[in-house]
Design a protein around this ligand. Structure first.
Ligand SMILES: [Zn+2]
Length: 135
């Protein structure tokens, strides 16, 4: 079965990569709820978090704070939300475990904005900024 995220990991599909280590990759969401919306994924394909070893789940979550900090610094967001959906009824669209990091902005209020389509140039600039903070 093909998986969009595995394709990004294998370089078959472009992704605006923010961070990677031997077990994880973080990249910008192509259809962000707000500027800086990013995904952190394990390299190993699992559909749900309940399919993973507890230790691997711990590792996955342990890298979220440093990535979130770099995103907040780069976007000047005021806050962020984390989301992790498992299964279609939970609105998991890509069946590869991922944690959403969604920056929130005081100026935009608390209502969830609709997903938007960012330009490649915009995503490129932001991903370079975040990546430079994570090196
Ligand atoms: Zn996958």
């Amino acid at each position: 079965m093909s998986c969009i995220f595995c394709d990004i990991l294998e370089g078959k599909r472009d992704g605006h990569i923010l961070y990677d280590d031997e077990s994880h990759v973080a990249f910008l969401d192509k259809y962000p709820i707000d500027v800086g919306h990013s995904l952190v994924i394990p390299r190993k394909h699992h559909e749900r978090i309940t399919d993973m070893d507890a230790e691997d789940v711990g590792h996955l979550f342990s890298i979220v704070p440093k990535i979130a900090n770099a995103i907040l610094t780069s976007t000047e967001a005021d806050a962020f939300s984390l989301a992790q959906n498992n299964g279609r009824a939970a609105k998991q669209i890509v069946p590869h475990v991922h944690i959403h990091i969604i920056p929130r902005y005081n100026s935009k209020g608390t209502v969830w904005t609709k997903r938007q389509i960012s330009s490649d140039a915009e995503l490129m600039e932001l991903s370079e900024k975040v990546r430079s903070l994570l090196i």
